[in-house]
Every structure is written in C-alpha cells, then in structure tokens.
Design a protein around this ligand. Structure first.
Ligand code: ZN
Length: 277
C-alpha cells in the first residue's frame, strides 16, 4: 500500500492506494494537527503501507522540512524519523515539484512547467525529464522574483515580490491596504469598481507566465490553482496577451492550458517513490 499526503497551507489531505485503487481518504487541519503525529495515526490505521509520499507547501531539502509558513511541523527531519520507526520509505518534495511530475505523466512529455496560482503563486519545471531543483532545492520560486515595490511586505520579508501582485494573498494585501471590505474574488472587485487591483493582478500574472516561458522554454505550460480554477476567462485572456510578455521563439508551438488533473500535487506525491533525479 502507498500513502500519499498533500500538506497544504489550510488542509492536510491523505489518500491510501492499494495497487491502482484509492481505498481511503482522510483530512485534517494544517495548523491544528502536526504532520508527523498525523503520519503516525495513519500508519497505525493502515499497517500495510510501505511507501509514504508527501507533497509539501513549503521548502524541503533531502527529506528535511526547511520552512513551512502555515503547517504545524512537529518533526523537521521527517524522512529520518519516520523511516527509523516504521517499515516504510518516505519521500517528500515541494508541492509544485509534485504537481509538475503528475502533469508530465499526464501529458507524457519531458519539457513541461506547472504554474499554480492560488493563495500564493508557485512553479515547477521539468527539463528533459528532470526536475529543476537548484543548489538548495529552491529553484523556480517565481513568486519571489523582484517585480515592483509594494507598500507592504511579502512573507519572505521583502516588499517587491511578484507574489504581492499575482496571487490571492497579494490581492488580499492590496484590499487591506485600500481598506476594502468586499470579497476577494476578481469578479467582486470588478463589480465594486476596484479595477486597479484586477489590472495589477492580470499584468503580474502575464509577467509570471512570460518569465516562465522565456526562462524554461517548455513544450507545455499547465496552469492550475484556486484562482485559475475560479476564473475560466483567464485562459483565453492569457492566450490573447501573452505574446507581449514572451520572447517570440519561446511561444513557438507551445501549449498553454489548464490542468485536467484533480489535485495534481497528491498524484505527484504518489509518483515520488519511483522518481530519481
Ligand atoms: Zn517574497
């Protein structure tokens, strides 16, 4: 049996798979339940699990959790402590790395990027079948590339990150700054005349996508995440305007489309056990 966990900023979700069948699903709150304690509970209940794959919404390196803004971490050295106590192998990776592994399998291709826009904005990139990791496994952190100065700070401590414009948390920060009380959805902002925040979001999203295409030249760029899912118009909007944000050679024969996988990060967590850089 395989246990796949999606450790997100709000929820911990688990699926238990036996061969090709999901036999159980579990859920807990990320800020209430420690990740290690939850794994112990799950392994106590499903004693035939031999492999654990974790998609993690934070920075991880070599099985060690480096940072996690919204997830309760009771053991940082998670791979070592779980493998020492249980007869399992544990693999953990960044959620966008997991998502792009699942997308690469779905499309059956070797050059692919996955850009997800929800609370944050995240990117995973695979080049010739290999994840682009960087020295400390923090390459492709597109949300923190310098973009424009904002009158408030990013979670990373700087005030000029792309994420301050092209994400749900960025939209919320702009609304707080302008003392707006309406719902944070793009439609509601347009309806209430706050076109400026919507325009800033659109511009930053196009910059993020153009930067991704120009830097990585993928064959397919898959878009996902809560804001992409909630705003179907964004796909055609992006396709119409992206040429103004990308080197034209990078756009040649590229496919830009929405993800078709339900919860790609957890599907990717299941693939970690068979993936080697
Ligand atoms: Zn930042």
């Amino acid at each position: 049996m395989n246990l796949a966990i999606d450790a997100g900023g709000t929820n911990l979700r688990a699926e238990i798979w036996n061969d090709h069948t999901c036999i159980a699903k579990k859920e807990a709150k990320s800020v209430e339940t420690g990740l290690y304690a939850w794994i112990e509970t799950l392994l106590g209940e499903f004693k035939d699990v031999r492999s654990v794959g974790i998609s993690f919404a934070g920075q991880v390196q070599n099985g060690i959790i480096v940072s996690a803004p919204n997830i309760l971490i009771d053991k940082h050295d998670i791979k070592k402590v779980v493998e020492a106590k249980y007869e399992v192998t544990l693999n953990i990776d960044n959620d966008l790395n997991c998502a792009v592994l699942a997308e690469a399998k779905e499309f059956g291709i070797q050059n692919i990027c996955a850009l997800y826009v929800g609370t944050g904005i995240g990117l995973g990139a695979i080049e010739r079948g290999v994840l682009i990791r960087g020295f400390k496994n923090v390459a492709t952190e597109i949300g923190h590339i310098p973009y424009k100065k904002a009158p408030f700070l990013c979670g990373c401590g700087r005030n000029n990150c792309l994420e301050l414009y092209a994400s749900g948390s960025g939209i919320a920060k702009w609304m707080e700054h302008k003392k707006l009380l309406c719902d944070t959805s793009l439609q509601e902002l347009e309806r209430t005349g706050e076109r400026e925040i919507v325009d800033m979001f659109h511009e930053a999203l196009l910059s993020a996508i153009g930067t991704t295409l120009t830097l990585f030249n993928p064959q397919v760029l898959v878009l996902g995440g809560g804001i992409i899912d909630a705003n179907p118009y964004l796909e055609s909007f992006i396709l119409k305007d992206i040429k103004n944000y990308t080197l034209s050679n990078s756009l040649e024969n590229v496919t830009i489309c929405k993800s078709k996988i339900k919860n790609a990060p957890i599907k990717g967590a299941l693939l970690l056990k068979d993936y080697n850089d």
